[in-house]
Design a protein around this ligand. Structure first.
Ligand SMILES: [Zn+2]
Ligand SMILES: [Zn+2]
Length: 246
């Protein structure tokens, strides 16, 4: 299972091509903003006929997800045509509800973000992992929101072992960015604590955020969460393996 297709997808795919290992993957997309799809044309298994890629994501108003993908790999945006894709592909819409695999389940929940955006909850091997990369928890105006949405979200996330959540801004930065579709560290922390999440990963870092700033912010929340009996907290970063134990 792969969630979103940002630039990290290139590094994930390079060692998969032409080597033994799994040759089927499900790619679950939250939405189609550039930062979530731009790794897709560079995903080596796409050009390897041994692979089958099942691509799942929310249909946009008048655009099915196959069209969105095919449009991205074409002469205007990319030198290789979509016809060069050698892997088997299938496309399935998931705007809400649950995708059932053989031994796992993936559920989609609509986020507060421009375009039809979802967050995902994965249940596999007795563990629950939630991935909500783009979500404005409190401000702005979106087709979903309010007390009922928030309560449903809390139920959706309830007791998750790991939550990866949008934490793009500090409170000061957010003051000028209501409605941009992203949350603050504070909002993500409160949500995780409220939902009894065990581990929280701050995600979707602001591009201009430095490692030093991020480290200082995370340390502040780690101390606070320890005092308040909240989740363990880290900042998401590339190339990390996370082992979840009960
Ligand atoms: Zn987005
Ligand atoms: Zn994004």
């Amino acid at each position: 299972m792969i969630f979103d297709a940002g630039t990290g997808l290139r590094l994930l795919g390079a060692p998969m091509r032409g080597r033994p290992g799994p040759t089927a993957a499900q790619i679950f997309l939250t939405h189609f903003h550039w930062d979530h799809i731009q790794g897709f044309p560079f995903f080596a298994p796409l050009y390897d006929p041994r692979f089958h890629l099942s691509i799942v994501g929310p249909e946009q108003e008048e655009l099915d997800i196959r069209t969105l993908f095919a449009g991205q790999i074409g002469p205007v945006y990319f030198p290789i045509p979509f016809s060069a894709v050698a892997a088997g592909t299938s496309f399935t819409h998931l705007n809400e509800g649950t995708w059932e695999g053989d031994d796992f389940e993936v559920a989609a929940f609509r986020m507060r973000h421009p375009s039809y955006t979802v967050g995902y909850r994965v249940r596999v091997g007795g563990q629950t992992v939630c991935y909500l990369p783009d979500n404005e928890l409190e401000g702005g105006t979106f087709p979903v929101g309010g007390a009922e949405w928030r309560a449903d979200l809390a139920t959706f996330l309830g007791g998750a072992d790991l939550l990866v959540h949008d934490a793009m801004y500090t409170e000061e930065e957010y003051a000028a960015r209501h409605g941009w579709g992203h949350s603050t560290f504070e909002q993500a922390f409160k949500l995780a604590a409220e939902c009894g999440v065990r581990h929280l990963l701050f995600f979707h870092h602001a591009p201009e955020r430095t490692d030093t700033e991020l480290r200082r912010i995370v340390e502040g929340f780690q101390e606070r969460s320890e005092r308040e009996g909240g989740p363990s907290i880290e900042a998401a970063r590339e190339g990390v393996d996370i082992e979840i134990r009960r």
